[in-house]
Design a protein around this ligand. Sequence first.
Ligand SMILES: [Fe+2]
Ligand SMILES: [Fe+2]
Length: 324
Amino acid sequence: MVCEEKMEVIKSIEPFVEKFISERMKDPEECWQPADFLPDFADPDFADKIQFLQASIANVPDSVLVSLVGNMITEEALPSYQTFFNLLKGVNEERNVASKGAWARWSRLWTAEENRHGDLLNKYLYLSGRVDMNSVEKSIQHLIHNGVELQTDADPYHGLIYTSFQERATKITHVNTGKLAYKSGDNFLAKICNVIAGEEALHEKAYKYFMGKIFESDPNGGLTAFVTMMKKKIIMPANLMDVGTENKNYLNYTNITQKIGVYTSHDYASIIDHLVKFWGIDKLIGLTGEGNKAQDYLSTLSDRYTKLAERMQAPTEAELIWLK
Ligand SMILES: [Fe+2]
Ligand SMILES: [Fe+2]
């Protein structure tokens, strides 16, 4: 149950959401678009450009490509993310997708950016000629069919903890993919990954800022939500892509990202550490008994995850899926 107090806190943060939108989010006319990066079929030297693109990606290892495809599929499921956000209590009480309310507007601006990420990576991978697009498109369709279960129970505090964590995780994923692409000689892919990572960094900033406002107004509620989400564990948003199929694509994808160092258990631990420090969890005052307990729990949590990550075996099952 989401209590009245939480709803009021969410309402009171609206001016900060408005401020972030007006200060940090660009008008679509000023944003980059996927077409800015990709060869234009109408150009006379189109064929040369495609050849160049395919030559650049030629030395990118299959494992990196699988990981990139998985990242792209995740981006493509954005209808589910916009729905998820608007279903959080207090975010869109009008039940209007065109609502002028700050939270609802934020959800649209955010997912309109995610849309460009999916488009750019999808087109790039299509042009690379190395991906079995039909199997990739099926995974996208299955994922959107199945939706997302982020375990937030429509609680806006839970939702903001989740998105703060996940946007940082996504940023790390794109940054690391960019590094591997650069190492394999694909500067073009490296650039795309970095451009996308820059926007993930902005999303992370937004969600941490909004959640920070919750810690200011309702530290006990914020702490309880943080602990609840940490106990449930942050699952990647594409985890339902295989439901209704015989595939193990999600498992292979996550094992490969772990194996090649794109997103690992160490990253999971480092994100917890970062969020605990960023929100100054150990400095929160005026806490109830439950708040104090939550503070203690969170103060050692990243260390526990680091130890766990050190003991973890590298995943063995990592089939190269989605490729030609
Ligand atoms: Fe994205
Ligand atoms: Fe994002």
